[in-house]
Design a protein around this ligand. Sequence first.
Ligand code: SF4
Length: 353
Amino acid sequence: MDLLSTLVDKGLRREAPTRAEALAVLAAPDEELLDVVAAAGRVRRKWFGRRVKLNYLVNLKSGLCPEDCFYCSQRVGSQAGILKYTWLKPEEAAAAAGAGVAGGAKRVCLVASGRGPTDADVGRVSETIAAIKEQHAEVEICACLGLLSEGQAERLREAGAHAYNHNLNTSEAAYGGICTTHGFADRVATVGEARSAGLSACSGLIAGMGESDEDLVDVVFALRDLDVDSVPVNFLIPFEGTPLAKEWHLTPQRALRILAMVRFVCPDVEVRLAGGRELHLRSLQPLALHMVNSLFLGDYLTSEGQAGRADLEMIADAGFVVEGAEEHTLPAHRADLVAVRRRGAGTELPPNA
Ligand code: SF4
């Protein structure tokens, strides 16, 4: 059986490919690219149909970070020309979230720069969650506040957060090359904290930082091992004023192969097209929809995405549909923490439902 048939069969059975198979996807020649996309598309359709979940970022606090993540425009001493501000007020954040919901977003991601929140910050974010929920009771809220200390994930869950995002970004082996102020293990620990507190874990990667194919495969297998519910795939935006400003490694074809590999390794979880998609996929963005089942609407943290309306048109033109608030994102066999929390604790579906 050829590689792509094997990968489709495994994906339909929720079975992981071997590392060699995942590496072979990244090494596929350009002339076979559409076959790779079509194969990953079969796996995507099996678990997510033609639905696309829309997410909207609200940047609660921007810049002024003491950490030194090399890819980040908000890092300590960054010369990147970005907006810097400290904590939006709850009503300001709720107004921003409302704009995303009006555009069709089902999830609002509340993001703050920094190593991690203080307990007072968690209080501030809890007030913001309450302000958003008051106006949009159905919207899913994901917090992305950095490394968590003990008890903070529980507090966020009690405040109404559904999910927590903390990306692994790259492999353990490559991590020292993109940050010196915290390590891979710190990131893994925070993802674990969020999961054990009953938050849906969202964790992904950044491709294009100069990593090897092995690093990409390693980080995606690490995410599979952590059993995260959603995997945002970012493509490096090489901001001037950051140490990775000169790293231009991606082509649209490579970006598509990376998305295919992620879909084969994580067949039944939300794979989200995230930062850098316009820059690196360019006119091939619609092809990515055949593999991802989720994307960020409109702008990102410190860079402008294409307008929300253009995203909606792209989704419709490519034959996909925006996922409704009442639809479950994850297939029924996965313990969908977001859906469980909507229905109330103790109403989990049986494992084989
Ligand atoms: S901790 Fe977050 S905000 Fe700070 S430099 Fe790293 S990625 Fe950027």
